[in-house]
Structures are given as structure tokens and as C-alpha cells.
Design a protein around this ligand. Structure first.
Ligand SMILES: [Zn+2]
Ligand SMILES: [Zn+2]
Length: 345
């Protein structure tokens, strides 16, 4: 994810009658905050996404609710767009405090155990996989353990209702269609109310930053192909207001999805260019990532272990899409996967 620093927390705001945006702080994160959306229902309130499990995030949520004269017990429903810690981490604690029922996509449920409950096996797999994709021995631990601290900001909760996409969630005067939008995460969902022309977009479409799309060691599909398809799907909706997981609500959904698609096309071009510059030399995912541009101001040497891992998984998502399209040749030999443009006959 190309990130921008957002030092001040945005204001709580009523976006339309019955819908509030409650920004919550994400301490130490360049993202600055995550948006949770509060929607009035017939029996209380629905929250969409909830921040991670730290004292300051919970206090900020309680402060927002108090200012609106709502108690945490009035939250009856909790829908999570995807289980990244900044959207899901507080879900377990909120459910204890509020008894809200919890819903998210079936595929996100699959990853809870391996990512948060018992991460050692996945870490071992990831270590081997980073190595197979060309990560130098000396860097393996740095890349692999870069995100472990974040696991402590998740209090696990399993869903009461698993979603598949296509359901309608009725909430007071709103009726949200659940739209499965894989890519940024395998089971990411967006919520769309066609009558009010509003879209809750989670991390699928963000106003200023490019959501990360990386190949996961346990990916069951090609995430960038999924992401681009999901962007086209969402870009056709007649949403007049988009409520993203980070940043300000915005208008102009088709323009934004178009920009994100163009961004990935430029990244695919960049990789083709890197491979074309050395057509005789096969390159690993790590080598491709280390030669790509990640920021205007920072070089590969400036990136943290976690950022490098994200970069490697993002480079792999792009080069795997080129491979799936038949534009790049892939080989696995002597324990290393490499990519190369097809040699002219
Ligand atoms: Zn996310
Ligand atoms: Zn996020």
C-alpha cells in the first residue's frame, strides 16, 4: 500500500441522516486512522469495521458513541469488510461489550486461525516461500517477522453469520447489498445501498492511497486479476457517495476505479520493462521488487522488513498476472522461482 502520513484525526461526521463516520486512531501506523461507520437500525445500531484492539482505539469509539448519546450496548450488529487488524482487531472485544452479532465473508473466516490464533505454521511456510522467491538468507527473518507485533492488536472473534456476497443486509431505512470484492483480501466485501446511492468500500477503493494487492503464500487464486475484476464491477455502480475504510468520503467512483486500474497497468508495464532490460537473466520476485519504484522519496534500502515483504508480495501479484496472461515465462529450478520474458524464437 502506498501510504501517506495523516497526523491529525479527522472529525466525526454525519454523512446522511442515520449514517455517521467515526474515525478511530491507528497508533504508529502511517495510515493515521480507520473509519468505522455507524448506521441506525430498527433495534439499535450497525457498525461497519471497528479498528484494532488497543485502549486508545476503544476509548475513541466510546467517546464518539457517548457524544451521540449512544452506549456500546446499543450496537447490535457488526459487519467487517475484511479481517486485516485495522478493520477487525477490536471485533472480539466489541462483541463481549455489546453482544453484537458479527458478520463477514466466508473466505476471511478461513484465515483467522492461521494468521491470528496459531501463526507459527504460517510463519514457517512464509519463511520458506520468501526464500523460494529469492529473498536473501540474511534478510529472511527481517521480512518474515516484520508484522508480528500487529497480531497483539487483534482479539479474535468468529462470525455469527458468514457472508458469500449477494445477501441484503437491512438496517433501518437502508438495504445494503453485500458485494464480494476479492483482491486486497480474498474475502473482502463492499456494501451498497442502491436507493441511497452509497457505497461502503472498505479498503477496496480508497481516495488517496492505492490499496495493497499482494500474492499470499496461501492464495487460492490470482489476487491482482481478482482485484481488477472487482474494481470494474464496483466502478459500474451508481454510487454518489463512497465511504472508504481510510480517508474522507468522496464522489466520483468510476474515475477513482479507473485511476486504480491505470496504476496497476503502469506497474505491469514497469515489470515488463525490468524484465526486458535483461532478457537473458531470469529474475526472482525479490529481485523484481527491489528494482521497482516504491516511493518518490525512499529507496529500497529505506524500506522496513515489513514494507519489503509487502513489496515482494505485490511484485509477485503483478508478475503472476503477466504469467497468467502468457506474457511472462516462469520457472522453478534449484529451489528458486524466477520470471523472464519469453525468448524470441
Ligand atoms: Zn486492508
Ligand atoms: Zn485498512
Amino acid at each position: 500500500m502506498t501510504q501517506t502520513r495523516n497526523a491529525t484525526l479527522p472529525e466525526r461526521a454525519q454523512l446522511l441522516p442515520g449514517v455517521h463516520r467515526l474515525p478511530l486512531p491507528l497508533r504508529d501506523s502511517p495510515l493515521g486512522h480507520v473509519n468505522t461507520y455507524l448506521i441506525r437500525s430498527d433495534d439499535g445500531y450497525l457498525l461497519v469495521d471497528c479498528g484494532w484492539d488497543t485502549v486508545d482505539t476503544l476509548q475513541a469509539l466510546e467517546g464518539h458513541l457517548r457524544a451521540l448519546d449512544i452506549s456500546i450496548g446499543d450496537v447490535r450488529h457488526l459487519v467487517i469488510t475484511h479481517i486485516h487488524p485495522d478493520h477487525y482487531g477490536l471485533a472480539g472485544r466489541l462483541r463481549e461489550l455489546s453482544k453484537a452479532d458479527l458478520s463477514f465473508h466466508r473466505l476471511e473466516r478461513l484465515y483467522i486461525e492461521s494468521r491470528y490464533a496459531n501463526p507459527d505454521e504460517l510463519l514457517g511456510e512464509m519463511h520458506e516461500w520468501l526464500q523460494v522467491n529469492g529473498t536473501p538468507q540474511a534478510e529472511l527473518d527481517r521480512l518474515n517477522f516484520g508484522s508480528m507485533g500487529i497480531v497483539e492488536r487483534v482479539k479474535i472473534a468468529f462470525p455469527d453469520t458468514t457472508l458469500d456476497g449477494g445477501e441484503e443486509i437491512t438496517c433501518g431505512k437502508f438495504a445494503f447489498k453485500v458485494i464480494w470484492t476479492p483482491g486486497h483480501s480474498a474475502g473482502h466485501i463492499c456494501l451498497y445501498d442502491a436507493r441511497h446511492k452509497i457505497l461502503l468500500s472498505g479498503d477496496h477503493v480508497l481516495p488517496h492511497i492505492t490499496p495493497s494487492v499482494g500474492l499470499h503464500v496461501r492464495a487460492a487464486s490470482n489476487p491482482l486479476a481478482d482485484y481488477l475484476d472487482s474494481l470494474r464491477l464496483i466502478g459500474r455502480l451508481e454510487a454518489e457517495l463512497v465511504m472508504p475504510g481510510h480517508g474522507e468520503p468522496f464522489q466520483g467512483l468510476p474515475e477513482r476505479t479507473g485511476e486504480l486500474i491505470a496504476h496497476h497497468q503502469r506497474r505491469l508495464e514497469e515489470i515488463r520493462g525490468l524484465l526486458a532490460a535483461q532478457p537473458e537473466v531470469p529474475m526472482s520476485g525479490y529481485e523484481i521488487a527491489s528494482r521497482m519504484r516504491w516511493s518518490r522519496r525512499r529507496t529500497w534500502d529505506d524500506l522496513s522488513g515489513f514494507e519489503r515483504r509487502m513489496a515482494v508480495t505485490e511484485a509477485l501479484a503483478h508478475v503472476e498476472l503477466l504469467h497468467a496472461r502468457g506474457e511472462v515465462h516462469k520457472e522453478c529450478a534449484e529451489g528458486e522461482i524466477t520470471y523472464q520474458l519469453p525468448m524470441p524464437q
